[in-house]
Structure formats: structure tokens, C-alpha cells
Design a protein around this ligand. Structure first.
Ligand SMILES: *Cc1c(COP(=O)(O)O)cnc(C)c1O
Length: 376
């Protein structure tokens, strides 16, 4: 049987909007979601009444009613935590279930293999309240990392003892390590939002987020003039600039600046790649548009920061980080427009989907972010 494909929508669905993403994916047949905190679970539950929601951050004493109230499940990774959860369930009669997280090498959250072994008698006794057994991969994006096989073997052995309990190991990259890694349920996050889960090869996913910014001014500078804070970029020819209303406060990292001697990021202006000129400032960036035809753009036109061939991963390269952080850093000043997600028809008979079978992003959810209109 193919694995069920859940969706990890923690951190506001990697900056894309948890409520919108949850609704679109639920409509497309997704029945299980993962978030990081109970607060995140609460807002996801408001968006989608039916699906299972797991809280990766685990369980804290005296918070049981919150889980019961919104019907979500803690991912438990510590024996004390499990004991506290059991106390709550016994006292309240709550039978909503919980996942067990087993550490197979990450050394972050999760029971040790020995601790997991110790609860097998409970599993065998039945009526154990455990609805999922899971672990998390350390280096899944590295196809040939020996850690993958090691974790797979360890997880396979322990998961097989949790008889009757569905098992989950793979994040986005883990799915692409092949069928043995997929077990009963896969947990993609980043890939759903267009980040390349196979960085050693071409991206099998579609881009999901488009990001645009407005030109608030164009200006000419003479050869030898500097641009921006610190005067770190000097015009080597008579130069035309477009100043766009976006900056590091919007999550466009300052690391993407372009200085004399170092090239920064590029943006698409009138269909053409143009380089950032000078330092990215808080709310503004200068773009060198000298190579565009005269009058190709003017004040008020939009430029593309993400999209038209600029991928999340390309931007991450210029930001000195990974696509995950590009998305979770998307600022709050963008006007967000969602397209596609609302027109997804649920499959006639919603069935679990094997993510690995899907050639490209299964979610025609698209986000177009742009700053609000200029005041007139
Ligand atoms: C964040 C997270 C995921 C999703 O990882 P991606 O690399 O974004 O696919 C899956 N499982 C756990 C436990 C996570 O914390």
C-alpha cells in the first residue's frame, strides 16, 4: 500500500500561511497535519475541522485540556512526558491519541531506542493510545550519507515492534530516498512549498511562492558615484537604477547586497535579470537596470524577487542560508494573494497519496506576495 502523505505546516506553513495551506491541502485529500506548537494547532483547527493534527513540540503537564478541546495529538518524545499525558488521559477519559517520537540519531527530540523498547509491553497489551510511531532523518538531503541507512535500520527494527501502529520516518528529502523510507506515512514540509528536496539534483517540485515588489523611483547616477549605505557599490558607467520598496525587514536578507567586487542577488525587471546595486537596506533596494531598453519600466511597475526562474533555493544561496529560512522569513508587509488552492477539487474518493509517485508539487497552491498599493 502506498504511504499516506501528511503535510508539515509548522511555522505558519513555512511562512506561506497555515490556514490557507491547510484548507487547500485538506481539499486535495490531505488528512494529517503536523505543527510545532499547540497555538499553531489551534489556528489550524479553526481552518480545518476534520483532519488529524499532531503537535511536534510534545506535551507539557497540565495542558491536556487544550489538546482535548481542539482534538489534536501530542508527539511525545520523553518518558516523563508520556507519563504526564497518561495521567491526563486517565483523569479526563480523553482517548484522542498521541504519537511516539523515537530518536535514531538526531539527538534532538525522541525516546532512546532502549526507552522505546521499554514500552513495547504496553503496545502488546493493547488499548495503548499510541496512534503513530515516528523518527526524523538527520541528512536525508544527502543521498549517499551513511546515516540514512543506519537510521532506516534502527527505525525499521523498533517500528516493527509497535505492532498495529502506523510508522513515519521521511521528511521531504526522505521521501526521495525511496520506498523503504516511506513506511505508512510521510511528512513533507519544505517540498510542499517548492524547496528542492533533492539538492544534489534538479528540483522535482514546482515553485509555489511568487514574490514581487514595487518600483518607487528610477534615477540616473554618474560614473564614479556610490549607491546605498556605506557607499560599498560604485557605478562603473553612467547607471540607471530602480529603487524597489522591499528590504531586509521583509525577509530579503542583507546578505544579498552587491558591493564592489562581490555580486549579490538578482531580480527580474521587465522580464530580464538585473543585479542588486549596493547594500540591501531595511525597506529599500537599488537595482541596476542600465541594461534594460530605455523606458522599459517606470515608477509603479512591479519587479519579481521570486519567480520567473528565480527559485527559493537560488535566493537562499544569496542569503547564505537554506530555502526553509527564506520562506519562514517572508515579511508581514506583503499583501498576500492566494491563487489555485481554492479551485482544487477533492478526489472523488479521497485516497492516501504516495508522495513519491507525484512527479511535481501536488498542491496547485500559489502565493503571490506583493507590497500594498502606494498611497495616492
Ligand atoms: C519539520 C519537520 C518535518 C518536515 O521536514 P521538511 O524537511 O521540511 O520536509 C518532518 N518531520 C519533523 C519531525 C519535522 O520537525
Amino acid at each position: 500500500m502506498p504511504a499516506e502523505c501528511s503535510a508539515v505546516i509548522k511555522a505558519d506553513a513555512y511562512g506561506c500561511g497555515a490556514a490557507q495551506v491547510a484548507r487547500a491541502l485538506n481539499k486535495a485529500g490531505c488528512k494529517t497535519f503536523f505543527v510545532a506548537t499547540i497555538e499553531e494547532a489551534r489556528s489550524v483547527r479553526e481552518a480545518v475541522p476534520e483532519p488529524v493534527i499532531y503537535v511536534l513540540g510534545g506535551y507539557f503537564q497540565n495542558t491536556g485540556e487544550h489538546y482535548a478541546k481542539i482534538n489534536c495529538r501530542p508527539v511525545i518524545g520523553d518518558l516523563n512526558e508520556l507519563a504526564e499525558w497518561d495521567v491526563f488521559c486517565r483523569r479526563s477519559g480523553w482517548t484522542g491519541g498521541a504519537a511516539i517520537h523515537i530518536d535514531t540519531g538526531m539527538n534532538r527530540l525522541g525516546l532512546t531506542l532502549a526507552e522505546a523498547q521499554a514500552i513495547i509491553p504496553r503496545i502488546n497489551a493493547g488499548d495503548h493510545g499510541i496512534t503513530l510511531v515516528m523518527s526524523h532523518l538527520v541528512s536525508a538531503e544527502q543521498l549517499n550519507s551513511p546515516v540514512n541507512a543506519k537510521q532506516l535500520a534502527a527505525f525499521r527494527a523498533i517500528a516493527s515492534e509497535f505492532s498495529g501502529v502506523p510508522a513515519a520516518l521521511a521528511n521531504s528529502s526522505g521521501i526521495f530516498l525511496g520506498a523503504p523510507f516511506q513506511f505508512d506515512l510521510v511528512r513533507p514540509g519544505a517540498a510542499l512549498y517548492g524547496v528542492n528536496p533533492t539538492p544534489e539534483a534538479d528540483n522535482p517540485m514546482q515553485q509555489v511562492v511568487d514574490l514581487k515588489a514595487r518600483i518607487v523611483q528610477t534615477r540616473n547616477v554618474e560614473r564614479g558615484e556610490s549607491v546605498g549605505y556605506g557607499g560599498t557599490w560604485t557605478a562603473r558607467r553612467p547607471t540607471k537604477l530602480a529603487i524597489i520598496a522591499v528590504g531586509y525587514a521583509d525577509g530579503y536578507f542583507r546578505a544579498a547586497s552587491s558591493n564592489d567586487g562581490t555580486r549579490g542577488a538578482e531580480v527580474i525587471v521587465a522580464g530580464k535579470r538585473c543585479p542588486v546595486a549596493g547594500r540591501v537596506s531595511m525597506d529599500l533596494i537599488a537595482i541596476d537596470i542600465t541594461d534594460l531598453p530605455p523606458n522599459a519600466v517606470r515608477r509603479g511597475h512591479m519587479v519579481t524577487l521570486l519567480g520567473e526562474g528565480i527559485t527559493v533555493d537560488e535566493l537562499a544561496h544569496h542569503f547564505g542560508t537554506i530555502g526553509y529560512e527564506v520562506l519562514t522569513s517572508l515579511g508581514h508587509r506583503y499583501a498576500r494573494v492566494y491563487t489555485g488552492g481554492n479551485v482544487v477539487e477533492p478526489p472523488a474518493k479521497p485516497a492516501p497519496v504516495s508522495a513519491a509517485e507525484q512527479p511535481s508539487s501536488p498542491q496547485p497552491l500559489e502565493q503571490l506576495a506583493s507590497p500594498p498599493p502606494l498611497p495616492s
